[in-house]
Design a protein around this ligand. Structure first.
Ligand code: ZN
Length: 291
């Protein structure tokens, strides 16, 4: 659990420098909430800036990989329009420091996440774009500490300085201060938190972009977790009734009696639970919480 820069190599992101933006990355238009010179979004289109415009010299940032700054759930991931935002990704990181936290990545290309998908810090989400040639290649990146981007993922305060200051923070300072912060509460559908963290690709395969459903233990006796998909395998723990768990059903197993699924994320990542009996006569997990 941590927050990291959205750009840079893995080493750079995990050893975040004091100036936050790694290597040769520069912020062409710093956040303007405290000291608000307007910048020109385009000719005749001045605005206050909600975040950072991250660039490498020249077009070296073209299609550079962009990573989720923290654990969370994708709130928005689609084309807005070719003249406004281009492709946009917004991630809900739950509650951090007592406030909502959303990160936003604008003008991107090659989005590899979908709305509702759980992501971990450092997961690739998209690549640096240029909004179909409207701008030089750069990542517009901002951090919001209200629910505004949940209500309106494309929200742009423009010349509304109060809106800029109310909804957004200086992303460089925020990342610097929250390098080792954890969310008090992750959004619904996030990977189970706590336990051993295996890093960005914990329990995931490259290119695995399908959202994984969240399941609930509905068996009154709880769900026994096994090291392997077999009743004779080593047991590890019992998840009590009502426990929320992400299970990769697509990579499940079926034996003579049971359908098994591997747990994704959290302390029991990679271990197995029985989802239901083969004959359908009993279910132990459900995508609906127990009543
Ligand atoms: Zn920008």
């Amino acid at each position: 659990m941590a927050f990291r820069s959205p750009i840079g190599s893995e080493v750079e992101r995990n050893n975040m420098p004091v100036n936050i933006w790694p290597g040769s990355w520069v912020d062409a238009n710093a956040w303007t909430g405290n000291n608000p010179p307007k910048y020109m979004l385009g000719p005749g289109n001045p605005a206050f800036h909600t975040g950072a415009d991250l660039n490498l010299p020249g077009d070296k940032d073209r299609l550079a990989q962009i990573y989720s700054i923290g654990d969370g759930v994708v709130r928005f991931a689609q084309l807005v329009s070719k003249t406004s935002w281009g492709n946009l990704v917004v991630i809900n990181h739950g509650t951090v420091n007592g406030k909502p936290l959303f990160s936003r990545y604008g003008h991107v290309e090659d989005i590899v996440v979908q709305k509702g998908q759980a992501v971990k810090v450092g997961d690739p989400i998209a690549k640096v774009g240029n909004q179909f040639g409207v701008f030089p290649y750069h990542l517009h990146f901002d951090i919001s500490v209200t629910n505004q981007l949940d209500k309106a993922p494309t929200y742009w305060p423009g010349l509304d300085l109060q809106g800029t200051k109310h909804h957004f923070v200086n992303p460089r300072n925020w990342l610097r201060e929250n390098f080792n912060s954890a969310a008090e509460k992750l959004p619904d559908g996030a990977f189970a938190s706590g336990g051993v963290s295996g890093g960005a690709d914990e329990g995931r395969k490259p290119g695995d972009v399908k959202p994984l459903p969240v399941w609930y233990v509905i068996d009154p006796n709880g769900a026994q977790v096994y090291k392997n998909p077999s009743l004779t395998a080593e047991k590890s723990t019992i998840l009590p009734r009502g426990t929320k768990v992400t299970v990769d059903v697509q990579n499940g197993r079926k034996d003579a009696e049971l359908i098994w699924g591997p747990i994704v994320g959290g302390e029991y990542n990679g271990q197995w639970v029985a989802i239901r009996r083969n004959d359908g006569k009993a279910s132990y997990l459900s995508t609906n919480p127990p009543q």
